[in-house]
Design a protein around this ligand. Sequence first.
Ligand SMILES: Nc1ncnc2c1ncn2[C@@H]1O[C@H](COP(=O)(O)OP(=O)(O)O)[C@@H](O)[C@H]1O
Ligand SMILES: [Mg+2]
Length: 239
Amino acid sequence: MIKLENVTKTYNKTVRAVDDISFEVKGGEIVGFIGPNGSGKTTTMKMITGIIKADVGKITVNGFNVRKEPLKAKESIGYIADSPDMFLRLKGTEFLDLIGDIYHVPTDKRQQRITSLAERFELSEALSSPMMSYSHGMRQKIMVVAALMHDPSVWILDEPMVGLDPKSAFELKQMMREHAKAGNTVFFSTHVLEVAEKLCDKVIIIKKGHLLFDGKLEELEAQNQTGSLEEIFLELTEK
Ligand SMILES: Nc1ncnc2c1ncn2[C@@H]1O[C@H](COP(=O)(O)OP(=O)(O)O)[C@@H](O)[C@H]1O
Ligand SMILES: [Mg+2]
């Protein structure tokens, strides 16, 4: 469960990236976070993970306040950042060991998780090479393996499909469905509407830091009988 109450973030005292937003993502739901570039999606997700602090407002993850109990909140989070270009000097195996250490994943469970996730993403052979040699898609995939290794209940995925080949994108979408179906929380951002349309129980639409819509896609379509979801989206998010 993710809950934001009146959350605001201003960069450099001038850019109000997120302006007084509130929403909730419940367990068992896949919620798409949609908005044009620069609308505040990444900023919001980073605040949920605790990477950056909200100026105002309250954020809880599985009931833990991310400011007051950051470690407890972080234990239940699996986060995929918008750029996978971290730790590139490490080999895949070294990077995954580092993450396993940070999250106290026991050795046997670590091996089992890495083996099954790497197989699912056809990454097993690449693990012994430095990540510098990986393609963007492979980097993205190893970040997915790392983020899910400790089996977190709350998934926060910032543009997770970008750069994935079709098979891996299919696997990841399938995993998102399975995870939500098991009662867990999946919150992901995308600017690709088709992905949201096929995958989401609910969407939250943001523009220039303001929440424009929070609800089911059918509700959005029923409210706006003007055309396809794409047209509604364009209309909503136009300047
Ligand atoms: N570190 C930063 N310093 C200053 N401004 C930033 C920073 N990160 C993002 N912004 C600004 O905040 C706004 C929201 O950005 P972001 O959250 O990255 O949006 P999105 O992920 O929806 O594309 C944009 O105007 C962006 O330029
Ligand atoms: Mg972003």
